[in-house]
Write a protein that binds this ligand. Sequence first.
Ligand SMILES: C[S@@+](CC[C@H](N)C(=O)[O-])C[C@H]1O[C@@H](n2cnc3c(N)ncnc32)[C@H](O)[C@@H]1O
Length: 258
Amino acid sequence: MDLTPRLLKIAQEIRPKERVGDIGTDHGYLPIYLIKNQIASTVIATDINPEPLCAARNNIRAHGLDEHIKTKLGAGTVPLEEEELDVIIVAGMGGKLIIEILKNSSRLKKSVNRMILQPMQQQSELRLHLSMEGYHIEKDLLVQEGRRIYEILVVSLKTGGKSKEPEERSPSIPGPETARIEKQYPKSFEIYQSMQMELGFFFFENPKSLAEKFLDLRIDQMEKIIRETGGRDSEAAIRMNERAKIKADKLKEVKGCL
Ligand SMILES: C[S@@+](CC[C@H](N)C(=O)[O-])C[C@H]1O[C@@H](n2cnc3c(N)ncnc32)[C@H](O)[C@@H]1O
């Protein structure tokens, strides 16, 4: 079974023999791929809705993998509370929903080593939440599928994954990474820092052509907002217009640094 580029990129982040929890599995394609290709040792596929979980069950059965992939109905990490897992995947959901799921996952935070998160929207809110909560973002991957470019965050819960005291919390890159990135990308570091939450800590580690396309798409989005709000005189429209202009300029600056 072939996966779409987005799901394949997620699958490539799973390490051999890891025990995986796939939250919001829908069709179950990712668990099936991970077992069929002998990547994961076990997968537990969950979904909040019975219909997608039923579709996942049927697909799993059709591939003869009932014994290797457990399916569980329930919200977020609740169905995984009693399970022994190495990594959880939360893909294809909005950043705000992923944040809600993480907020209700305190027990799992102690037992799971890694998370692979693939937010469809509100990516910067999710990065901010992860930083404030002391999670350690290890990779910010981009993957193109059709005309869209998706973002995938690989997060470690063990290195620096301890919850910080409120006064310690700051939305900045942890020390050693700041120094390394500053050294590696001296020309663009200042602009990069101001766009951290928007683009991710490791944006520049993606292939240049992909990073360029991603920035072009974001710039187009901002220019659309600028056009649509330009003639309006409500306070909200004026604020949106100003923000979009600032963001578009920053994105162009980053593009100039690639
Ligand atoms: C768009 S699909 C994504 C499917 C798959 N993860 C992917 O990336 O292709 C989102 C799935 O998440 C499920 N879902 C939504 N909210 C959820 C929650 N709080 N907990 C578990 N599953 C949820 C939905 O029922 C749906 O099947």
